[in-house]
Design a protein around this ligand. Structure first.
Ligand code: SF4
Length: 340
């Protein structure tokens, strides 16, 4: 039987795991807090456990914390991290400090199988899912390295989060739990390329926010950019969004990567207004961040501004995302690591 992976367990499951190891349930609470609140990387740090228990746990359930093997910092304070996992695979993520908050963008898979044409991660293909412990481990490793709190987490790094739903839900549970990272649900956002059935399940099982990577206003263009659209075309994706039981003031965020001459016209802006009608939402425009090997171009600033004004004039909240970490290939859709 494989050794239990304690860092991937939700609070309740960790207590059960400790009971199975012949310990009282409250030991689970202590270990959960050491791992996810105090960022411990070894049992030897867990000083309120007996020496005997620490030795037994080291044997029965070894810990594998993520190691940061790369750190690049841009002039705007953005930091791109590269993390090594226990099997030597690597993922990347990005820390973005702002005046009143700081955000960590984290990965959920090594590579990605969704094949979006504007995304560097897609060129890696899908290698494997991350465990819940590897997902939250990125936050824990970044906090240790930076020595400062991180207020927001977005699941927008490598991978399609909803294709790794159980691990993502467990990771969210660890982020929100009062003995874990104790984050506000409003400060956690999970993004999807549009896996419709998993979106419904996600909203029913967790209170955090959902973002949908839309990127086109017609099926013809979205089919070209995002192969998932052939399975779940725009109509079924938006119909799902229209009927998701969102909490009170919550809105769905639609991410819209703007590509010069592909999806940035005034017709697109007007179509976007039409197709989003009846959905509680806001729109994030993301001017494309070019990377080598792709012929897509970033639209000029005027085009982006006019597009934004048109959408805003229809009463939709719309922002243009400032490109962060562009100089270190850490901007949206630019994360990629080589073969292992
Ligand atoms: S944009 Fe997201 S879903 Fe699409 S290939 Fe890239 S990582 Fe995967």
């Amino acid at each position: 039987m494989p050794a239990p992976d304690l860092s991937s367990q939700t609070f309740d499951r960790l207590q059960d795991a400790l009971v199975r190891l012949g310990e009282p349930a409250f030991r689970g609470r202590q270990i959960f807090s050491w791992l996810h609140k105090k960022n411990a990387v070894s049992y030897s740090e867990m000083t309120d456990l007996s020496r005997d228990l620490r030795v037994r746990l080291k044997e029965a359930a070894p810990l594998h914390s993520l190691e940061i093997t790369g750190r690049q910092e841009a002039d705007d304070g953005t930091v791109k991290f590269r993390y090594r996992l226990a099997d030597a695979q690597e993922v990347e993520g990005v820390f973005m400090p702002e005046e009143r908050r700081s955000t960590l963008c984290i990965s959920t898979q090594v590579g990605c199988g969704m094949g979006c044409k504007f995304c560097a991660t897609a060129t890696m293909g899908f290698r494997r899912n991350l465990t819940a412990g590897e997902i939250t481990g990125q936050l824990e490793a970044a906090k240790r390295k930076l020595g400062e709190p991180i207020s927001n987490v977005v699941f927008m790094g490598m991978g399609e989060p909803l294709a790794n739903l159980e691990a993502v839900l467990a990771a969210v549970d660890i982020l929100l739990h009062s003995h874990g990272h104790h984050m506000s649900r409003r400060h956690v956002t999970v993004s999807t390329a549009g896996l419709v059935p998993a979106m419904e399940e996600f909203i029913h099982r967790t209170p955090v926010k959902l973002a949908v990577s839309l990127n086109a206003t017609t099926n013809k263009v979205r089919d070209r950019l995002m192969p998932i659209n052939k399975k779940y075309p725009i109509e079924s994706l938006l119909e799902c969004c229209r009927h998701l039981p969102l909490r009170h003031t919550d809105r769905i965020t639609f991410e819209y990567v703007m590509l010069d001459g592909i999806n940035d016209s005034q017709e697109d802006a007007h179509r976007l207004i039409r197709i989003l009608r009846g959905i509680r939402c806001k729109v994030n425009l993301i001017p494309f961040n070019p990377f080598s090997g792709l012929s897509y171009r970033r639209p000029n600033e005027d085009t982006v501004e006019i597009f934004q004004e048109t959408v805003a004039a229809a009463g939709i909240t719309v922002m243009t995302r400032k490109s962060r970490g562009h100089s270190l290939q850490g901007a949206c859709g630019q994360l990629v690591v080589g073969e292992k």
